[in-house]
Design a protein around this ligand. Structure first.
Ligand code: GDP
Ligand code: MG
Length: 167
């Protein structure tokens, strides 16, 4: 099995960190400053079962200026050119307008989507409320959900297995 996986999500949710952790190399540029990843970067993960080609995209947000519009346009192209979308969200905050904007974009595409709740290593003690806000969104769209930490690596084996199932 082999296929392309598009990593999509708001800026700063941990898309580049996740790709680096999955492929074990420092390719994507990670930063606490939004929009570091202006161009799409690729990383390949070869397992016994499959070859996963990850495409790290710039963060998507509602465009407020011209650069933002270009980013959204690129994201649309990325969505159509991959086999599976991994929609990454920040588990330390509740689902908000930015996530719903992306969900809307994704719902208009035929590409299958997996919703990945990241940063579970830093979730507060009342995390269930936060998780539920995303699980509700995933239910509406009939997307499968997976939880992980791109920093510690917790949950990434399960994530890989789910991605391979979708290829
Ligand atoms: P991107 O804009 O979505 O590519 O996000 P980055 O990968 O650049 O990460 C943005 C910030 O979130 C960085 O400071 C990362 O160290 C942090 N981050 C990413 N993943 C995790 C995680 O699993 N846990 C925690 N605590 N922080 C994370
Ligand atoms: Mg990035």
């Amino acid at each position: 099995k082999s296929g392309f996986i598009g990593i999509i999500g708001r800026p700063n949710v941990g898309k580049s960190t996740l790709m680096n952790q999955l492929i074990g190399q420092k390719i994507a540029i990670t930063s606490p400053i939004a929009q570091t990843t202006r161009n799409r970067l690729r990383g390949i993960l070869t397992t016994e079962e499959a070859q996963l080609i990850f495409v790290d995209t710039p963060g998507i947000h509602k465009p407020h200026h011209q650069l933002g519009e270009v980013l959204v346009k690129n994201a649309r192209i990325a969505i159509e050119s991959v086999d599976v979308i991994l929609f990454v969200v920040d588990g330390t905050a509740a689902c908000g307008g930015g996530d719903r904007f992306i969900a809307e974009l994704l719902s208009r595409s035929e590409t299958p989507v997996i919703l990945g709740i990241n940063k579970i290593d830093e979730q507060p003690s009342d995390a269930q409320k936060l998780d539920d806000s995303y699980i509700q969104l995933a239910k509406e769209q009939q997307w499968q959900t997976v939880k992980f930490s791109a920093v510690t690596g917790v949950g990434l084996v399960e994530l890989q297995e789910l991605l391979i199932e979708h290829l």
